[in-house]
Design a protein around this ligand. Structure first.
Ligand code: ATP
Length: 353
């Protein structure tokens, strides 16, 4: 197994006028399960296609271990790719579709049979092995595609581009945990593209967040939640995402309006900042505490074991996730405190509170 290294890799579809992927240097470490997360159009598919060889990047080099594969087509890279929309041989049975990548590489017949049965059992396809794939519903067809991507034992990496979009939501959870099981078994490097944060956070050893063609943060799921390095990560990860309050720093003291809310860690030059605080870390008190920002409750939504309190500060809403039965009511004046907050300048985290 080898690392996949991107050295200054970038891609433009329009002769250099805009970057679909900005030049980046990044290593996908062997045997890890990655989630590549980002909104529509941020460059996820482009990045995957560069790794698999479907696209030759307009900038930089792609290395598989020590081997430069920049211009090498997919067939020469030993990388399996599963696409968002099922691409199957409709007239072939599920068995033959799964066996196809192995037959193509001249695996012995008994080994093919063993692998096909192993993968189909794990993915719950055994009852359908003799069915022609076009007779399956779209969700099951997508699972067959997933199986075909996972069936080869010899690949260096498996790239999955939103592989479960048409699968029934309840089945998705099962399949993700099966996928983890297969990953533990085979030790393939997995790169799983999604724009769904739950999918990314429950699946990956490491989540890579892409925005406008650039990696804004990569780390373990918990790290992205607790320490967003960029405002975008704070918004995008978490449900609901991070609150942002405009503030200012002078002599290390952070003020929202006139209210001092704490001291900035480190040496932050004076000027405007954004205070970022997750709803989980907002305290809502009935009486002023120090520091406490006065706010007026505008809504309280019950969400099972917790409540989402919406409170107005100046012209902004701040959301707080509190335990159910808090007794907060719309119209009430409350005081907000922050257990964990970060200071962002130009969208990048510069300090904490
Ligand atoms: P989605 O989640 O919608 O699939 P994505 O994150 O995978 O999006 P890409 O498909 O890689 O993003 O697209 C990145 C940018 O490149 C977008 O602005 C897109 O419009 C553009 N793009 C993608 N493919 C092409 C192409 N073949 N020709 C021209 N522009 C393209």
């Amino acid at each position: 197994m080898a690392d996949i290294r991107l050295e200054g890799v970038g891609h433009s579809y329009d002769g250099g006028r805009t970057w679909a992927l900005r030049p980046m240097t990044w290593t996908w470490r062997s045997s890890r399960a990655y989630a590549l997360l980002g909104p529509s159009g941020c460059g996820k598919t482009t990045l995957l296609n560069i790794i698999s060889g479907l696209i030759t990047p307009t900038e930089g080099r792609v290395l598989l271990g020590d081997r430069d594969v920049t211009g090498v087509p997919t067939a020469g890279r030993n990388i399996a790719q599963v696409f968002q929309f099922p691409v199957l041989y409709g007239d072939m049975t599920v068995y033959d579709n799964l066996a196809f990548p192995l037959r193509n590489r001249k695996y012995p017949r008994d080994e093919i049979d063993r692998r096909v049965r192993q993968v189909s059992e794990l993915l719950g396809l055994d009852a359908h092995l003799r069915t022609r794939s076009r007779r399956l519903d779209p969700g099951r067809q997508q699972i067959v595609c997933l199986g075909r991507g996972l069936v080869r034992p010899d690949v260096a990496a498996v790239l999955l581009d939103e592989p479960l979009t048409v699968v029934d939501p309840a089945l998705k959870w099962t399949l993700r945990s099966k996928l983890k099981e297969i990953h533990r078994d085979t030790g393939h490097t997995l790169i799983y593209v999604t724009h769904d944060q739950t999918e990314a956070l429950t699946f990956a050893d490491e989540v890579v967040v892409l925005k406008d063609g650039a990696i804004v943060q990569a780390g373990e799921p918990g790290e992205l939640f607790l320490s967003p390095a960029h405002e975008f990560v704070g918004h995008f990860i978490g449900s609901p995402g991070m609150n942002v309050l405009p503030a200012s720093v002078r002599d290390g003291v952070v003020r929202v309006g006139e209210v001092a809310v704490g001291r900035a860690t480190g040496d932050l030059p004076p000027g405007p900042v954004n205070v970022g605080v997750r709803p989980e870390f907002v305290r809502v008190g009935a009486a002023p505490s120090l520091p406490g920002i006065e706010a007026r409750v505008t809504a309280v939504d019950r969400m099972g074991p917790y409540e989402l309190v919406r409170a107005r500060v100046h012209d902004r809403d701040v959301l707080a996730k509190v335990e159910s039965g808090s007794g907060h009511r719309p119209g009430e004046v409350v005081y907000l405190g922050f257990d964990r907050a970060y200071l962002f300048r130009d969208s990048v985290r510069r300090a904490a509170l």
